[in-house]
Design a binder for this molecule. Sequence first.
Ligand code: APR
Length: 336
Amino acid sequence: MGFLIVRNDITKMKVDAIVNAANTSLLGGGGVDGAIHRAAGSELLAECRGLNGCQTGQAKITKGYRLPAKYVIHTVGPIWAGGSQNEEGLLRACYRNVLGLAAEKGIKSIAFPLISAGAYGYPRDQALNVATSEISEFLLDHEMAITLVVFDKASFQLSEKRYTAIAEYIDERYVDKNLITRSGGIESLKEVQEDVGEFLRSAMPVAERREKSSRSLEDLVNQVEESFSESLLRLIDEKGMTDSETYKKANVDRKLFSKIRNDKFYHPGKQTVIAFAIALHLNLDETSDLLGRAGFALTHSSQADIIIEYFIEEGNYSIFEINEALFAFDQKLLGL
Ligand code: APR
């Protein structure tokens, strides 16, 4: 369960339901509407004819016919008119009504296109923001595997400001691991020495911070032997969180969480460890500590790690916003 973003053609998705960005007639059109009708075949149109259209913001369900998906949930997004005609309210209603109808029908997996982000002209970064916030809100108290399907990269846009800020942050830190092995002149060796020097200087305050940390020496000694799983469970208690709150905020499946809870020596993948660090709002030092217990470390030779560092430094622990950024920079997503 949880929320993923993928590059694909929604008509290929093998899920219980796919969502169609339709128009009020429900009689087909271009874009994703046209693609879904072409793939589903003429029975879909025949069933739609009997639905008497659909109002903007509302949702109606039909069978999927020749699609791999069992159902199609049709919704009609708002046409962008500058933002003063309640476009955001209507777009939010699309996601809420589709998800409400899906939950009512017992649907366990569903795929969305970016509603209104095409012919209806909704600014793509704002359309993405509405999608992400409505889906993450829904997942706080529902179990469903939700996928946002991005057909072409151009239609997936982070806000210009955020994209630029992250790109600059990466530029200042990214150490291309080939640099050190590439036979370069003194220049590259000098750069490496500078990087190592800078790293040691920056590590110093962390060491001092460790000494002054509120945990007593005895606590620290006890924690030295802690496994990843023990550390995670201790941190959940310390943060006063419940198990389900933690794995939902980490975008991690309930089954995987119970494996970690029941097996003291279970070692999940690096993305999963980071997802828990984000769910628990750990700072960089605590995140490195938790990663270390699972045998991993954050490194500046990984753009994904630098993006995680950016969000932790910003104090932004929304795993869905982090996944949007990872997706925009073609990196592996967190959780699941
Ligand atoms: N799979 C996934 N996403 C797709 C696909 C596909 N096969 N084809 C298009 N998209 C994406 C577009 O890139 C865009 O990001 O779907 C998003 C929505 O674009 P549109 O299909 O143009 O839908 P919308 O902007 O809501 O406009 C709806 O267009 O097709 C007509 O009949 C439809 O009148 C209605 C209007």
